[in-house]
Ligand binder design. Structure first.
Ligand SMILES: Cc1ncc(COP(=O)(O)O)c(C=O)c1O
Length: 389
């Protein structure tokens, strides 16, 4: 091995495969809506660690739950029962509410989507999985075969047979007796925070019902309160048979869930799905604490409230063509500028935000604890932005 590289950046770049475009930041500390670089500079995190830190960075309740759990037992798999798993999954299903009945606990959004696809294919005996252009569902083979954002999908030389990516308006008509499922994000986050119109959702749902296909909502970003309700499912009166959750579900500890209705649950048998680390005690401790904090601090309502405030203020800016999304999943469509440029501008004022696959859309997906003070600090900075300068 060569001599140890000097800096964190050099070391990481030397030893980690270069699969990510990174910001030139080393972040080893975070609290609430803020993160701190190596020099102690404070950044307002409107990227939320990638829509993950729902309760804010290092929420004391989550940290305490992890500490307590670590002193109890770090790990045992699903071959035994666990008190923290029992409590966490009960809480999850209570918040999800009917018609969701049971959950399969996994580790990532991709894995939850992969599991949903497998269940749909197994229970229907069909192969076709329809998804939307501009979508993002993950990096495993099935989830990537359902991903429409082309630069991700290009890495697959052969998508899983049966997966078809269609334009939004084509989907309902394409559902037929070979369709196992339609998998979609009700708001396409990576795709530029594009919401599927309610009417189209109904058409897709109706088509699935009449052909006996499953509807799966990928709520990896929209779920766990971010869009102003615990699940997006139900907001338009549509309850897909399966919903996937990840990212914000455990405030940053890897965890995900596939939620299914009772009808689906009753057809899943022992051995059909599995994951060594799914429902791990540490993930469940973080999940339970996260869900309790969401309720006790009224964070779902906060997401709706602060999201509306941000939208209303952003819409007054002359260069804002449109504010998309719901709650604290917002996309700012910039007229005459790019998200990259606005992101750079914000970073000079120590604010972090996200780009998307639409170069003109900047994404905000902050912790759900974002308050008026932080929203105003962001608005004060963003009001001084002039595209193209
Ligand atoms: C909507 C959506 N689905 C699935 C995934 C994949 O999740 P993970 O990276 O945890 O596998 C992501 C990740 O960004 C996502 O945004």
């Amino acid at each position: 091995m060569e001599e140890f590289a000097n800096t964190v950046k050099e070391t990481e770049d030397r030893y980690q495969l270069k699969t990510y475009a990174k910001l030139p930041l080393v972040l080893d500390r975070g609290r609430g809506c803020y993160v701190y670089d190596q020099d102690g500079n404070e950044y307002l995190d409107l990227y939320g660690g990638h829509a993950v830190v729902s309760t804010g960075h290092c929420h004391p309740r989550v940290v305490e739950a992890l500490r307590t759990q670590a002193e109890g037992i770090l790990f045992y798999s699903n071959v035994v029962y666990s008190s923290v798993r029992a409590r966490a999954v009960k809480k999850l299903m209570e918040l999800a509410g009917p018609p969701y009945w049971q959950a399969f606990l996994a580790n990532s959004g991709s894995e939850a989507n992969e599991s949903a696809i497998k269940v749909a294919r197994a229970l229907t005996g069909r192969t076709d999985v329809l998804s939307l252009s501009n979508s993002f569902h993950g990096r495993t083979y099935g989830s990537l075969s359902s991903t429409g954002v082309s630069h991700y999908a290009e890495y697959l030389n052969t998508p899983v047979p049966g997966h078809r990516i269609l334009d939004l308006q084509e989907v309902a008509d394409a559902v037929d007796s070979d369709t196992a499922a339609v998998l979609l994000e009700p708001i396409q986050s990576m795709g530029g925070v594009e919401e599927v119109p309610e009417q189209t959702l109904h058409q897709i749902h109706d088509a699935c019902r009449s052909h006996g296909a499953f509807l799966i909502f990928d709520e990896v970003q929209t779920g766990v309160g971010r869009t102003g309700s615990f699940l997006y499912a139900g907001t338009a009166g549509i309850y897909p048979e399966m919903v996937t959750l990840a990212k914000g579900i455990a405030s940053g500890v890897p965890a995900s869930a596939l939620l299914v209705t009772r009808e689906v649950a009753e057809k899943v048998r022992s051995g059909d799905l599995g994951a060594t680390f799914g429902g791990a005690p540490m993930s469940c401790a973080a999940m339970e604490a996260t869900l309790e904090v969401l309720e006790e601090e009224d964070l779902i309502r906060n997401a709706a409230r602060i999201g509306s405030y941000l939208r209303q203020e952003l819409e007054t800016l002359p260069w804002v063509a449109e504010v998309r999304g719901r709650g604290l999943l917002l996309g700012i469509k910039i007229q005459g500028g790019t998200a990259k440029d606005l992101g750079r501008f914000l970073r000079t004022s120590r604010i972090l935000a996200g780009t998307s696959s639409d170069p003109s859309v900047l994404r905000l997906m902050p912790p759900l604890v974002l308050g008026r003070k932080e929203a105003d600090a962001f608005l004060e900075v963003v009001r001084n932005y002039e595209p193209g300068h």
